[in-house]
Design a protein around this ligand. Structure first.
Ligand code: GLA
Length: 387
């Protein structure tokens, strides 16, 4: 069933034909992994409930780090990285089959759009016209609506590069889809590099004025089990955007000083998560956007995550102005994930690098408008190490 698609380095060097044949005939990871900058393999990953075929691509670098990405939702299904003893383990939450992904509402590992996070009351005004979106998280619209980009099948093709296996995913979101104006052409390129980084680079163009906020929704658990309360978080932000009880920002940029939202010094997730605090109460824990201490459009560190038991360390870099840190507060034991793990309260956490929630209705937030002739651009990089 497996088909080795490309020995990435040599494909880039123009020597692909002979090697492709060689890889395809031997198949499996032993074929090319040890002699190149990495490999990509394509396999069927079953079908959606309505019978659409879904493929899964396995990207592997020469250190043995392996990322698996499926075409349904452009989803990062698994990511295996070493711990401090060199043992590889999967550090992302997800499901075993496509129908299981379709049944859950947690957005495990998916690409998110057209608009990451919430738009108040599912409406906004653009060029004097009011647009009405799908209210899938009453009273608001969340993550692009019921059929957001996490629920569609993306086209995928491996692309040649000399710095690691790379998978280009594309999706065309039609004018009016889930209520958003303009046909949006989106490209999301996943790349696994030799320094154990997985990068997602989004670009998008439109044929009418629209709003765009693309991100990734991977849940991390660097221990591969249990809850994430002992994971140590750093967020490179002096301010965050407090919310109302429906998780819509009030519009204020509030200093984190003296609050449980101050992660400038690395702190365990659980250290202050039960504090009596209105914002913690609204989020049922952390479910907020932080205003990053960095220039927008510059790729820089947004956050880091460290698990003392395994020594695994994740740095999240982005070009976006914000990051949503969500501590898995809606996980409640109703989803059985990969390998039979029943995901309980706070068994995983997300960092969603993005523009601020509800920006189309918030004049003092950085703009998320995209016009014809412009290019939306957002890079997310997950960089792994041990300490
Ligand atoms: C984001 C939101 C959360 C929740 C999750 C998905 O992080 O901010 O409130 O909807 O996605 O469960």
């Amino acid at each position: 069933m497996q088909q080795m698609i490309a020995n990435v380095t040599l494909l880039a060097a123009g020597l692909s034909a002979a090697l492709l044949t060689g890889c395809a005939s031997t198949g499996g990871s032993s074929c090319c992994g040890s002699t190149s900058e990495g490999t990509i393999m394509k396999e069927p990953f079953g079908k959606t409930l309505d019978g659409q075929a879904v493929d899964i691509y396995t990207l592997r670098n020469t250190n043995g780090v392996e990322a698996r990405i499926m075409t349904y939702g452009g989803t990062l299904v698994s990511l295996k990285v070493p711990d401090k003893s060199g043992n590889f383990g999967d550090v992302v939450l997800g499901c075993d089959s496509v129908p299981d992904y379709q049944k859950q509402t947690a957005y495990f590992g998916a690409l998110i759009g057209r608009y990451g996070n919430r738009i108040a009351k599912g409406q906004f005004v653009l060029d004097g016209k009011t647009y009405h979106l799908d209210i899938n998280n009453p009273p608001n619209s969340l993550h692009g609506g019921t059929n957001g980009y996490d629920k569609v099948i993306w086209a995928a093709k491996p692309v040649p590069t000399d710095s690691g296996p790379s998978l280009e995913m594309t999706y065309v979101s039609k004018d009016g889809e889930e209520g958003y104006p303009g046909t949006l052409k989106i490209k999301a390129v996943y790349k696994l590099t030799e320094d154990n980084s997985l990068r997602i680079e989004f670009t998008a163009t439109t044929d009418k004025d629209t709003v765009v906020n693309l991100t990734g929704h991977t849940y991390w658990n660097l221990a591969g089990k249990g809850n994430i309360l002992d994971h140590v978080v750093m967020i490179n932000a002096d301010k965050f955007t407090p919310v109302d009880e429906t998780l819509i920002p009030t519009g204020v940029l509030q200093p984190v000083d003296g609050t449980p939202f101050d992660f400038r010094t690395p702190t365990a997730v659980g250290a202050r998560i039960e504090q009596v605090n209105e914002q913690i109460k609204f989020g049922k824990g952390y479910d907020h956007n932080w205003v990053l201490n960095k220039e927008t459009d510059k790729l820089d560190v947004a956050a880091s995550l460290y698990d003392p038991t395994t020594g695994r360390m994740l740095q999240v870099l982005t070009t976006s102005p914000g990051v949503q840190f969500y501590s898995g507060n809606f996980l409640d034991g109703t989803v059985t994930g990969k390998g039979g793990w029943v995901y309980q309260f706070r068994n995983g956490l997300c960092f969603e690098p993005q523009h601020f929630p509800d920006s189309p209705n918030q004049p003092n937030f950085p703009s998320t408008e995209l016009k014809p002739g412009e290019k939306h651009h957002n890079i997310i990089e997950y960089k792994f190490s041990v300490k």
